[in-house]
Design a protein around this ligand. Sequence first.
Ligand SMILES: Cc1ncc(COP(=O)(O)O)c(C=O)c1O
Length: 393
Amino acid sequence: MTRIPHDTSGEPNPLRALDLDRLRRRTSMKWRTYPEDVLPLWVAEMDVPLAEPVVRAVTDALALGDTGYPVGTAYAEALAAFADKRWGWDGLAVERTAIVPDVMLGVVEMLKLVTGPGDPVVVNPPVYPPFVQFVGNMDRQVVEAPLGADGRIDPAVLEEAFAGAVADGRRAAYLLCSPHNPTGTVHTAAELTAVAALAERYGVRVVADEIHAPLVVGGADFVPYLSVPGGESGLSLMSASKAWNLAGLKAALAVAGPAAAADLARLPEEVGHGPSHVGVIAHTAALRDGTAWLDALLTGLDDNRRLLVDLLAEHLPAIAYRPGEATYLAWLDCHALGLGGDPADTFLHRGRVALNSGLPFGTGGAGHVRLNLATSPQILEEAVRRMAAALDR
Ligand SMILES: Cc1ncc(COP(=O)(O)O)c(C=O)c1O
């Protein structure tokens, strides 16, 4: 498995390209949920201009009126080539993929393939809140297997959850977040191999949400779940949407391991009607031609991560922050500030800065906030200044 080192061509840092006036003209959730005087560093949208190859591909499609229905395997081929080059994984077989509208709807469809109503789905809180919401809304029971204090999967806790989930003969699934949102934990090959062994032992099906996979920084290597021994019966959801900021251009891919191909083949045809054709074009261009932009972003995120460490040390030393190796999210332990279970409330109302409350992330979320680092150093600095000011009032 050879890995090509990250491209360090002269691509500018996209996090430094846009100022606040320009960002405030955006109409998406990040910018329009709170009043104008609130600085938004919450939902996972990035304050970046799009990669030029993406803009070109979408603009060309619009100029051509190429806005019909999606068809073909271009997205899967681009992802397979990216996975091979980036992660040294040549096992992504295009014939074992399906386009889905987005990652979360893909998760729902994969869970429907391997579980039935009332069946348990194991998750690792604190975790991306829609895991619990979507699973609950599809009449599955959520079973918590909390991460350890180090932010990593605890095999003993996971085993207990698996054993309990299958105890009354139900079909169980494990919804793995890899890399993990909100901690930014990158699961190692050894950890994922242990997960696969446990899943096999208890007959639990693994559905891996790998949306943050291209956003692994700091030298850590992403390991696709389907690539580890025992991962062959897994199903994965991947997308260019987080890494290239394409959430509004709906498309994602479901990928089956060799032993899950028959499951994916049962995916109802209409699911493939959900993704946007323009979305597929954008995601394909990102994976195929957007790696220099991605590398510039990753470098900028690394800088921001270090900047946040320094800013917290200077202004809010009581906040505990362990920088993750992936994602652009910072999970901040604010217990020592004495703001109770929901410090985001104080930061919003007294500091006028919007962060995600840790509470919806489940067990381990109280007393935490999630901060979105994908912004300019200036905005990051202003956000921390506001957070500190909130405590003085
Ligand atoms: C772990 C995880 N999965 C899924 C999503 C949402 O992806 P999509 O918009 O493709 O459903 C996010 C968004 O932040 C996420 O962090």
